[in-house]
Design a protein. Structure first.
Length: 493
């Protein structure tokens, strides 16, 4: 994509060459106001050679924008912190809110582009992760623009020299600048490969000459105006031509109804087993910490199924500094302004830390589906999005355990009535409304389990009518799977 490119011809063909940057910036600001009004987010990625003028272009890009509705994020490796996170974590935690612009100085491509030692498999896997993330945002309505600033080896060398001669700016020259210039041909081939692989039809690269900074800035401004306007038109067209969504899924699964809900455990046996299992869980949690294994525990289930009690017994002997419990309730205004996965990426654990989710991202295909908070197209899309997200976390080395606690309808009624008598604060009108939609929730839960139980993150179904039995099963499954991933880590080392 970069090799044999005629930069002079590229500059000559710049459709915005005769325009003033100030006029283009004003037009972009006007378009930004329209995006704010229509809640359309835009992500603008500025990549390119070091010393190509990315900062110059970004300054022009934001010069007239409403400062309250854009953010610029600089993607440089943050040393130890980046090592503790999954590949796209930094990308997801910085995506734009609805109506906002996010400008990325470099991006998730940064590490790949500056590592000539990456093999084809590593590049392919990273590109697949980026593809999934960008596609999720695109499908959610985000306008994605990707620019690559291209310059010759001679121009790069001259600009590095200019910086070195300026005592106030020579600190801007990094090892990446000098390495790229020294091994220009190798980097050019490397960049071309990455650009070709990530030139997605929904988010293509726009290659431009940055030999002339002002001309490059005009191209980025003008192209941004054109593409964001196309995004606005796409949004309007989608609203006008919305049709009834037809689903391809037609399986009838009854995995929850097939569970043996009459399983139980005598109190004496429970007390004996729980003590030993909790002690083992404590030791395993510490081993996960020392081996830097990030752990993600998901608890889903019917209302009053005992999720909170199971979490409490699981963590009873663990050091509370090593885990966090994230109760997932209705999304905040900030969460509603972002892709539904955004708030969960912000709570995913670092290496060695455990994050427990009392309800989770599966709300997209459960409560949001049943209650109509998401459209059929949105929640249908979520199955694949969730599987891709969990696969990335598993590839990063995370232990992912997903528990679904199931109780039958009669047992739920008994627990509701007991709560009403003894703990009325734990029973709400919403609980009763959800009970009225029991069949719809069971249908949605069965499909969720069928479509998101993967080798990387399988569902563990817990028979929950008897609380002691359910709690022991959760403890036992955690211990078994924690031992397995620790053994796998030991084998690799």
């Amino acid at each position: 994509m970069l090799t044999n490119v005629d930069l002079a011809q590229m500059e000559k063909n710049n459709p915005f060459a005769a325009m003033k940057r100030s006029e283009l910036a004003a037009q972009l600001a006007m378009l930004q106001r329209q995006c704010i009004h229509m809640n359309i987010p835009a992500l603008i990625i500025i990549e390119g050679w070091e010393s190509a003028g990315k900062g110059y272009a970004i300054n022009d890009l934001v010069r007239e924008l409403d400062t309250r509705a854009f953010q610029v994020h600089v993607f440089e490796r943050d040393g130890e912190e980046e090592e503790k996170r999954s590949f796209t974590w930094r990308f997801w935690t910085r995506i734009p809110a609805k109506g906002d612009f996010a400008i990325f100085d470099r991006s998730s491509y940064y590490d790949m582009m500056n590592d000539l030692d990456l093999n084809k498999g590593e590049i392919k896997k990273s590109i697949a992760r980026i593809h999934d993330a960008e596609k999720m945002l695109y499908d959610d309505g985000t306008v994605i623009l990707k620019f690559f600033l291209n310059i010759t080896q001679k121009t790069q060398q001259e600009r590095i020299g200019e910086l070195f001669e300026d005592d106030n700016r020579k600190f801007l020259v990094t090892k990446n600048d000098t390495d790229q210039n020294k091994h220009y041909t190798k980097y050019e081939k490397h960049f071309s490969n990455i650009l070709n692989l990530s030139n997605f039809d929904f988010a293509p690269w726009h290659l431009l000459s940055a030999e002339d900074r002002k001309a490059a800035s005009k191209y980025i401004l003008g192209t941004s105006i054109r593409l964001i306007q196309e995004g606005v038109d796409r949004h309007l067209s989608k609203q006008k031509t919305a049709k009834t969504f037809i689903r391809a899924y037609n399986r009838e699964t009854t995995c929850l109804q097939d569970l043996k809900t009459d399983l139980f455990l005598e109190e004496e046996a429970y007390l004996k087993k729980s003590k030993a299992l909790q002690q083992e869980a404590q030791e395993l949690a510490y081993a996960l910490y020392t081996n830097r294994v990030p752990t993600i525990l998901v608890f889903e289930g019917m209302d009053a199924a005992g999720k909170g009690g199971a979490i409490k017994r699981l963590t009873k002997s663990m050091d509370p500094r090593g885990y966090t419990v994230n109760p997932t309730s209705a999304p905040s205004d900030a969460a509603k302004d972002h892709h539904y996965l955004w708030r969960f990426y912000n709570n995913f654990p670092k290496c060695g830390v455990m994050s427990i989710f009392d309800r989770s991202w599966y709300g997209r295909v459960l409560v949001e589906r049943v209650e109509g908070f998401a459209t059929p197209a949105e929640w249908e899309r979520a199955y694949g999005e969730i599987n891709a997200m969990e696969q990335e976390l598993a590839d990063f080395g995370a232990l992912i355990l997903k528990f679904f606690l199931y109780i039958d309808k009669d047992e739920q009624y008994k627990r509701f009535m007991a709560r009403q008598a003894d703990k009325p604060y734990k029973l709400t009108d919403e609980d009763w409304r959800n009970r009225d939609k029991w069949d719809a929730y069971v249908l949605a839960s069965n499909e969720m389990i069928d479509r998101t139980s993967t080798a990387a993150a399988p569902w563990i179904l817990v028979e929950g009518n008897d609380k002691p039995y359910a709690r022991i099963k959760v403890l036992g499954e955690f211990n078994q799977r924690a031992r397995a991933i620790l053994q796998l880590a030991a084998d690799k080392s």
